[in-house]
Design a binder for this molecule. Structure first.
Ligand SMILES: Cc1ncc(COP(=O)(O)O)c(C=O)c1O
Length: 432
């Protein structure tokens, strides 16, 4: 084992983290005396012949002028590599935002966020640090299909599912059964607002989820990965508005909470590829958080080296803009308007409609569960006869992204779905 990894593991050895780390997570470390660190030492010196970028004769980053003209940012914030853990000002800003958006975090201790190449990368890094080939991870179903590629195919984990809903409420018993099953180490991924259902637990359900995790933590070591991709997009009262991380970050000495989040959906910048990972563990000291940050930094360095600098600088500039919150809430209101319109339509869905909506109250999506029509047939019919695209999930669920449907198309969208389901059902009965 590398000496630096050894030092980090010694720091972590008094916590549950040491038992939760994967083999890679145990081996990885931040090369403290590596090129990046040595270059950071030389920052501001008269002569700096360290880092592997090119400087122009005036000492500024070498660049092609016409590229610079495309971006209204100082060259130093665009062309050089970003720091390995992300731009420090952006990390502090995001930490401040987390507390602002989750007032429950105000007096709690959690790590400084580390910048990732958006949330998919963040989830994959969680897999690097926590999952060994053959480990099980628990996910309520339905879930974002990319978890299969990230956790099963890439990390070799077994994705164990339980139904998200029990009688149209969060399936607490399912969660409890999964966590209390054999095995000392449990890794769970929770994503609310949920992709694909658009569901977020009520405040009461969220408390019950936390209670179930706390109860199981008496006997198990739990890593709770909180995928907050759609954080903030909650359209109803009484629904959990803060991240589950708020309650989990200091829940129990046996629960490591990992918050994976970022501006991808929160700030409508899907192509920027910036995200964050933050850690929370009851009783963890700053040096424990620092050790985890260093391991995460090593995982990033070993894979993509560092994340996009222009994207981080653009976001930082946006977050300092006085109109930021106002502009953000205008976009939120557009999504909320669409949600409300669909809510009215969904309340009119009768027993004879051939489908019913899953509960939804947040996010980008809602799902319809088909009674007998095949989801893929409905999708094909919608494409061919109604010029309409939706996503089919498994045999009997279709996902509707109202995030991508202008308000004036929503009624037509649902009329088309109804007609396509009727067509499929008629076809079925003719075949029988
Ligand atoms: C639940 C969920 N998590 C994570 C992501 C990934 O987000 P990013 O585009 O930031 O990688 C998505 C994107 O669709 C998602 O739906």
């Amino acid at each position: 084992m590398n000496k630096l990894a050894d030092e980090l593991n010694t720091t972590l050895s008094s916590t549950v983290i040491i038992d939760l780390l994967s083999d890679f997570g145990t081996r990885i470390y931040w090369p403290k005396l590596g090129i990046l660190a040595q270059a950071a030492d030389a920052k501001g010196k008269d002569i700096n012949a360290t880092i592997g970028i090119a400087l122009d004769e005036d000492g500024s980053p070498m660049r092609l002028d016409f590229i610079q003209e495309l971006i209204d940012l100082p060259p130093k914030d665009v062309f050089p590599y970003a720091p390995g853990f992300g731009k420090p000002e952006l990390r502090s800003k995001w930490k401040g935002f987390l507390i602002e958006k989750n007032p429950g975090l105000k007096h709690k201790s959690f790590s400084m966020p580390v910048v990732t190449h958006a949330l998919t990368h963040g989830l994959s890094l969680c897999g690097d640090l926590l999952i060994n080939q053959g480990d099980e991870i628990i996910v309520p179903s339905p879930y974002w299909g990319n978890y299969n590629l990230i956790f099963s195919e890439r990390k070799g984990a077994k994705v164990l599912t339980f139904p998200l809903f029990d009688n149209n409420k969060f399936n607490l018993r399912g969660l409890d059964n999964m966590l209390s099953a054999d095995g000392e180490k449990k890794i769970i991924v929770l994503n609310f607002p949920n992709n694909p259902t658009g569901y977020t637990p009520t405040i009461e359900e969220a408390d019950q989820i936390v209670n179930v995790i706390r109860k199981n933590a008496e006997h198990k070591k739990i890593a709770a990965i909180i995928d907050d991709a759609y954080f903030g997009l909650v359209y109803e009262e009484g629904i959990l508005k803060e991240s589950l991380f708020t309650k989990l970050c200091d829940l129990h000495e046996n629960v490591l909470a990992v918050k994976v989040d970022g501006p991808t959906k929160e700030d409508y910048v899907w192509g920027f590829r910036v995200g964050f990972i933050s850690f929370g563990l009851k009783g963890a000291s700053d040096s424990v958080y620092d050790a985890m940050i260093q391991k995460l930094g090593g995982a990033i360095r070993s894979e993509i080296s560092n994340c996009s600098h222009p994207s981080q600088s653009l976001l930082l500039k946006a977050y300092e803009n006085q109109d930021y919150w106002k502009a953000k809430s205008e976009k939120f209101n557009i999504l909320k308007r669409r949600y409300k319109e669909i809510k009215v339509i969904s309340e009119g869905i009768g027993l004879d409609s051939g489908y019913r909506p899953f509960p939804f109250n947040s996010g980008y999506f809602m799902c319809l569960k088909l009674n007998s029509a095949d989801a893929e047939n409905v999708r094909q019919k919608l494409l061919k006869n109604y010029s309409t695209g939706i996503i089919s999930i498994g045999k009997d669920i279709i996902r509707v992204a109202f995030s991508a449907t202008p308000t004036n198309q929503i009624k037509d969208l649902f009329d088309n779905i109804s007609d396509a389901v009727i067509d499929c059902n008629e076809q079925n009965s003719q075949k029988q």
